[in-house]
Write a new protein. Structure first.
Length: 123
């Protein structure tokens, strides 16, 4: 398997595990409050996961992990803030699901950006 494809597979697997099975109520109920420790914890777990995924491949794994953590935090905060502002919920508004899809799409674009940055460091 190509290294780039392997890294992308590791990142999206990490994303699923941290965003769904490992995300506790403390994290997802507080991500919409800017600076709340629950949202910071969630983003921090993503940063640690990204660091672990990249560590065997990149000397800049730590920098890329911090970038992922910061971007992840703000994508989640924005999603939660928009849902709260408009009163969208999983059982009440179709827009909730569209926004969740956009949230996931932006996270995956972040991973593509991380891969581009990683590949540029190899040149």
């Amino acid at each position: 398997m190509d290294t780039t494809l392997l890294i992308f597979t590791l990142l999206i697997t990490k994303h699923f595990v941290i965003d769904f099975p490992l995300q506790a109520a403390y994290q997802y109920t507080n991500k919409g409050t800017y600076g709340h420790p629950g949202g910071i914890l969630h983003a921090g777990l993503h940063g640690i996961g990204t660091w672990l995924c990249l560590l065997p491949f990149s000397t800049i794994a730590g920098i890329l992990a911090i970038v992922d953590m910061i971007i992840h935090y703000h994508i989640d905060w924005a999603k939660m803030s928009i849902n709260k502002h408009y009163g969208w919920g999983p059982n009440t508004h179709e827009q909730f699901w569209w926004l969740l899809g956009l949230d996931q799409f932006l996270h995956y674009l972040t991973y593509i950006g991380i891969l581009v940055w990683y590949l540029e460091t190899l040149s």
